[in-house]
Design a protein around this ligand. Sequence first.
Ligand SMILES: [Zn+2]
Length: 105
Amino acid sequence: MEHKPTASQNRILSDLAAGRVLLWCAKHRYFGPDRTNHGAPTLNCAGCWKVYYFSQLKDVPPDQIAERIAELESVVRHVVEAIADGSWDFKPYDHPKIVVEPGNA
Ligand SMILES: [Zn+2]
């Protein structure tokens, strides 16, 4: 399934890439992977991970965003499969919060 960013997500990505806005998790003061002096995203915090993924996508050309999202989905799917078959000893939270929002592009 292909997920294209919504119009508002595209606007956020464009503003982030141009440096017109700064996105951060106010709860944990996480500013994204480009700003390493501000630490790592807090596990199980939707705000931190939203900052992380928007930061990952802000420099991707618009015509390649859907492909990059598909790659990120593939990584997450392989991680889940590795955990399920026991080939990776990562310990997930007992009650993860996972939200999938389909795009409306
Ligand atoms: Zn956070």
